[in-house]
Design a protein around this ligand. Structure first.
Ligand SMILES: *[C@@H]1O[C@H](CO)[C@@H](O)[C@H](O)[C@H]1NC(C)=O
Ligand SMILES: *[C@@H]1O[C@H](CO)[C@@H](O)[C@H](O)[C@H]1NC(C)=O
Ligand SMILES: *[C@@H]1O[C@H](CO)[C@@H](O)[C@H](O)[C@H]1NC(C)=O
Ligand SMILES: *[C@@H]1O[C@H](CO)[C@@H](O)[C@H](O)[C@H]1NC(C)=O
Ligand SMILES: *[C@@H]1O[C@H](CO)[C@@H](O)[C@H](O)[C@H]1NC(C)=O
Ligand SMILES: *[C@@H]1O[C@H](CO)[C@@H](O)[C@H](O)[C@H]1NC(C)=O
Ligand SMILES: *[C@@H]1O[C@H](CO)[C@@H](O)[C@H](O)[C@H]1NC(C)=O
Ligand SMILES: *[C@@H]1O[C@H](CO)[C@@H](O)[C@H](O)[C@H]1NC(C)=O
Ligand SMILES: *[C@@H]1O[C@H](CO)[C@@H](O)[C@H](O)[C@H]1NC(C)=O
Ligand SMILES: *[C@@H]1O[C@H](CO)[C@@H](O)[C@H](O)[C@H]1NC(C)=O
Ligand SMILES: *[C@@H]1O[C@H](CO)[C@@H](O)[C@H](O)[C@H]1NC(C)=O
Ligand SMILES: *[C@@H]1O[C@H](CO)[C@@H](O)[C@H](O)[C@H]1NC(C)=O
Length: 586
């Protein structure tokens, strides 16, 4: 312990009282006495005048994906710090459990999309397990300002400091400060503070950004559906558009929706259990021919304009659409199949991977109805286009006006450019985790198998990169087993992007990941399957176990007994070689 942190600790310890209540310690004065000292993180200076603290009692959460329903009390703390010489202001917020509920734990949380935090949404996930839970604004002005509002200082001028903070620095500072603050706040003296992370999507990438760099920051990290191969991931959102443009067919959304529904119906029983859930999208890939859907009828009623799909949804407002009544065409299937096959360049070499068959829907392929021409037309995917406009072209634009002359090779070029440009910040696939493993760290990595925003196979690809880099001389089975001692990957049957899936409502979701991780870290109970719960549908409340990659679920006895089986042909469907690049893609 450094002299400075000893000093900070001493100040709080002096004010700490046995049997202190939430009201005793949840005051600005007490928080100021427990703030991290200037030596906690050289170059980071906390501003005591910024401290806000208030106790909150009987807060509650229900219906969440990442933690069970709960009622709890906490101390709501916000403070700010600056980087010496930069004159910036970074705000952090921490929720601390009531002293009697504190269990010597700390949890960092991350964001989603271009947000570095999830508002207050992820913090209960720490509090209910007796952990202080922290979130940061990364210095973007306030907690609701996202990177894509501040990544440019002006047209053509990148704000590299913001990119750097988002890339990995802000979550690191949040964790170092949060751990020191927690120890001091609870006068922990020499007691061990267990440190964790939980996040999904950008939050999954935030988690990996630390595991890859800071070996002893956390004892356990839970990383869901990470947006980690950043330029690949963002650019691939435009791939479906370019498939439509290249094949010159713009399917009515209902046609693709029907292809998805027929895929789910056909592939659901392949796992030995007919429950509306495609638990084996790999068997679906091997055994279901999308061509068999050609000629089937589809119908979707007319819709009126809507302002969006609710808060937290990545999908924006939608215009009115007419009734769609038709039959699935060969061109529609060709679009769907080409999307599922993943991006290849014009010489046929694989550039990237894509969504699994049966995934929620073909959102990236969504067309727009033109009521002048009476036709479905290209609708530029704004996730993908914003990345090109703001992060590749450095223009303060939210999208591209059109995709004229964009080909598969153009996408490949953007990917390569973005990969190089953000190699040390947003691109988050460093595969050598030796230091993290040596420090005793554990990772639970999960990904919905029907994710329609970040392809499930992108997580498999990273897991396999780590395995190959860290265990170069071991067999597939031996290295997979060795790695599962500290890094495990779970594909969640039927699950959507960081959420349960209304199209496959009987699928399980791993709602208690932090409890599983705590048991692994604090009690040495290594998971062999991942605990999960059906969160909706007719089986709601049922417990299910999820198989650890590379094993895959298969039910017998009319869907009543699950076995995690080894199936080489299925495993092979998840593995890609990106031969369009001479550089290895981790
Ligand atoms: C949860 O909190 C809200 C707002 O304070 C309150 O209206 C509601 O009754 C609470 N629910 C439960 C189950 O305690
Ligand atoms: C937590 O603190 C922030 C900053 O003072 C405040 O805006 C927010 O309303 C507080 N939340 C609750 C539930 O008291
Ligand atoms: C630091 O920033 C504040 C506003 O946040 C400004 O008032 C002050 O002049 C700045 N100081 C320097 C040295 O730039
Ligand atoms: C956050 O900052 C943005 C940009 O400065 C501003 O438009 C927004 O109103 C602020 N939000 C809050 C909650 O303060
Ligand atoms: C830490 O040490 C101080 C001083 O010895 C003591 O008063 C306090 O109770 C200790 N805290 C804990 C959590 O044991
Ligand atoms: C599907 O049909 C197309 C012709 O429409 C054909 O080119 C393609 O090979 C077929 N795919 C499979 C998997 O049978
Ligand atoms: C769809 O079109 C077919 C053939 O034109 C017609 O028989 C059917 O009634 C229509 N369905 C609806 C719901 O409009
Ligand atoms: C930035 O460039 C875009 C075109 O790339 C232009 O539409 C916009 O007006 C420019 N913004 C400013 C402030 O010049
Ligand atoms: C697209 O390519 C055509 C030739 O293939 C060319 O005439 C046209 O100018 C290009 N358009 C843009 C916007 O670059
Ligand atoms: C697809 O299935 C969902 C139910 O999961 C249903 O709501 C939707 O209407 C179906 N779509 C079509 C085109 O039949
Ligand atoms: C596993 O999930 C069930 C609900 O499906 C829950 O009751 C149980 O506590 C969970 N186990 C762990 C270790 O979290
Ligand atoms: C198999 O399971 C289904 C669905 O749970 C059930 O309807 C059916 O009766 C079962 N069949 C047998 C032979 O038990």
């Amino acid at each position: 312990m450094t002299a400075g942190s000893m000093l900070a600790l001493t100040a709080a310890v002096a004010l700490w009282q046995q049997n202190a209540t939430l009201n005793d310690v949840c005051t600005a004065a007490y928080v100021k006495s427990a703030l991290p000292s200037s030596s906690t993180y050289p170059g980071v200076v906390v501003n005591p005048a910024s401290v806000l603290a208030n106790p909150v009692t009987n807060a509650n959460v229900s219906g969440e994906n990442f933690f069970p329903d709960a009622t709890f009390d906490y101390c709501n703390v916000t403070f700010a710090y600056t980087h010496t010489g930069r004159n910036d202001t970074v705000n952090v917020r921490y929720w601390l459990p009531a002293p009697a509920s504190f269990k010597n734990r700390y949890l960092s949380t991350g964001g989603g999309g271009y947000a570095i935090n999830s508002g207050y949404g992820d913090l209960p996930g720490g509090i209910i397990y007796g952990a202080t839970a922290g979130a940061t604004d990364a210095g973007f002005g306030n907690f609701s300002t996202n990177l894509d509002a501040v990544n440019l200082i002006a047209n053509n001028t990148v704000d590299w400091e913001r990119i750097h903070m988002f890339g990995y620095e802000a979550i690191h500072e949040l964790s170092v400060l949060g751990k020191a603050f927690t120890k001091s706040f609870f006068a922990m003296n020499t007691t061990k503070l267990y440190s964790y992370y939980q996040g999904c999507s950008e939050g999954g990438r935030d988690g990996w950004s630390q595991v890859q760099r800071f070996a002893d920051e956390w004892d356990g990290a839970i990383t869901g559906a990470p947006a980690m191969r950043f330029a690949f991931q963002q650019t691939q959102h435009l791939y479906s558009n370019i498939v439509e443009q290249t094949l010159n067919y713009y399917p009515p959304p209902c046609e693709l929706e029907m292809i998805t529904n027929l895929t789910i119906a056909a592939c659901d029983p392949m796992d030995g259990k007919t429950d509306g859930v495609v638990s084996r999208s790999d068997l679906c890939k091997l055994n279901f021919n999308l061509n068999s859907t050609v000629g089937q009828a589809y119908y979707c009623a007319a819709t009126s304009a809507s302002s969006g799909m609710g808060s937290g949804s990545p999908f924006g407002a939608s215009a009115a659409t007419p009734a769609q009544n038709g039959t699935i065409t060969a061109q529609g299937v060709a679009v769907a199949q080409t999307i599922i096959d993943g991006l290849k360049d014009l010489s046929g070499k694989q550039v990237y991977l894509s969504y699994q068959p049966g995934a929620v829907s073909f959102d990236d392929a969504k067309t727009a109805f033109n009521n002048v021409s009476n036709k479905w037309e290209l609708s530029v995917n704004s996730f993908g286009a914003e990345f090109i406009a703001r992060f590749i072209n450095d223009q303060e634009l939210e999208t591209l006006p059109n995709l004229n002359n964009v080909t598969y090779d153009t996408l490949k070029g953007w990917i390569y450019q973005g990969w190089q440009k953000y190699a040390d910040t947003l691109h988050t696939t460093w595969p050598d985790l030796t230091a993290f493993q040596a420090a005793g760290g554990k990772v639970l990595h999960f990904h919905g198998e029907s994710d329609n925003s970040i392809p499930t196979a992108s997580s498999v690809h990273y897991h396999e990169s780590v395995r190959n880099v860290m265990y170069p001389n071991m067999s597939f089975n031996d290295s997979s087993a060795a790695m599962s001692d500290w890094y495990q990957l779970y594909l969640v049957p039927g699950a959507a992007h960081c959420a349960a899936n209304t199209n496959q409502p009987n699928g399980p979701f791993p709602q208690t990941n932090l409890a599983v991780m705590i048991d692994w870290v604090e009690k040495g109970i290594k998971p062999t399957t991942l605990n999960a719960t059906v969160l909706q549908g007719s089986n709601k409340g049922q417990n299910e176990q999820i198989c650890a990659w590379p094993l895959r679920p298969m039910w017998s006895n009319n869907g009543t007994t699950m076995n995690c089986e080894y199936d080489q042909a299925s495993i092979n469907t998840w593995l890609y070689t990106f031969d369009a690049f001479k550089m290895p893609v981790y």
